[in-house]
Design a binder for this molecule. Structure first.
Ligand code: NAP
Length: 281
């Protein structure tokens, strides 16, 4: 069997077309969706990420502002700026690009963003809303993974899902979203005694580790759905995920490629959360 590739580029295009329609309807009512992106410091990768996010906003008809600050910006000044954006009616989502310079406490910054504008879904309140089934914003990467699974037409009810990784931004919210979809969920991490034992029983595996070849073909149940969140480099410097894709393709029923799987979905779900924030008013 050769698994079907789940095309994150195509799904992103479809979802972005839907988001653009919703944005146009809001704009016609005088409520154009707005996203503020704040970048502090000179991290080159962060500059690329924020540029992509701002460009994506333009493509779907959002208003966006990009505020760039030198690395010596004080924590107090950043918090003051966030407070102003919390009160700005033209801004529905606020995103502070991580990592921040060491003198700024990232938790304090995340908690300063109003929950109604926390489109990254990283605050304690947003996490609590997800945990308790309220309508907070879902963190973008796991939300994108759920859309990828949904796009295969697969019904998660009663199925066994294994998430490898327990970070606050990917692994844990991923497990909660799978649970909400009525899967039975196992979370594995670096102290899991026998990772393969768990993954071999999984109908769905989500790998969010940051180490290539974490999931190999012998660890996958025939016909499983495999979602590869990892972003790593192989020996030749090419982008690769956590999964040995070529070999796992021969066992799984569906698999996300890297690149072109989860990656494009993350910004798309940021746009989705922002349009939803604007619709909530
Ligand atoms: P993270 O915070 O470093 O978390 C990695 C998780 O993997 C941890 O929970 C860790 O366990 C677990 N782990 C490490 N080694 C393991 C092993 N040998 N067996 C089982 N579990 C192991 O990383 P993250 O932010 O969640 O991101 C994970 C990966 O996804 C990274 O490659 C990142 O670049 C990528 N990512 C991609 C996107 C995208 O848009 N495509 C977005 C976000 C992240 P412990 O908790 O025990 O340390």
């Amino acid at each position: 069997m050769s698994a079907q590739l789940i095309d994150g580029v195509l799904l992103s295009q479809q979802l972005r077309a839907e988001i653009a329609q919703r944005a146009a309807a809001l704009t016609a009512k005088g409520n154009k969706p707005g996203l503020a992106v704040i970048l502090v410091g000179e991290d080159p990768a962060s500059h690329v990420y924020v540029r992509n996010k701002v460009k994506a906003c333009g493509d779907v008809g959002f208003h966006s502002i990009l505020e760039k600050y030198d690395a010596d910006l004080s924590e107090a000044a950043l918090l003051e700026r966030i407070a102003a954006l919390n009160n700005d009616p033209s801004i529905h989502g606020i995103l502070v690009q991580m990592p921040l310079p060491r003198h700024i406490n990232p938790n304090k910054v995340i908690e300063a963003i109003s929950t109604s504008k926390d489109v990254d879904g990283y605050s304690v309140l947003s996490a609590g809303e997800l945990m308790t089934g309220l309508t907070g914003f879902r963190p973008c990467t796991p939300y994108g993974c759920m859309k990828l699974i949904e796009s295969t037409g697969y019904d998660l009810r009663g199925k066994h899902a294994v998430v490898i990784g327990r970070s606050n931004t990917v692994g844990k919210p991923m497990a909660l979203l799978l649970l909400q979809a009525n899967a039975t969920v196992t979370i594995c991490h670096s102290a899991t005694a026998d990772l393969a034992y768990h993954t071999r029983q999984a109908d769905v595996v989500v790998a969010a580790v940051g180490r290539r070849n974490t999931l190999t073909a012998d660890m996958v149940k025939p016909g499983a759905i495999v979602i590869d969140v990892g972003m790593n480099r192989d020996d030749s410097g090419k982008l690769c995920g956590d999964v040995d894709t070529a070999a796992v393709r021969e066992v799984a029923s569906h698999i996300t490629p890297v690149p072109g799987g989860v990656g494009p979905m993350t910004i798309t779900m940021l746009l989705m959360n922002t349009v939803e924030a604007a619709e909530r008013g």
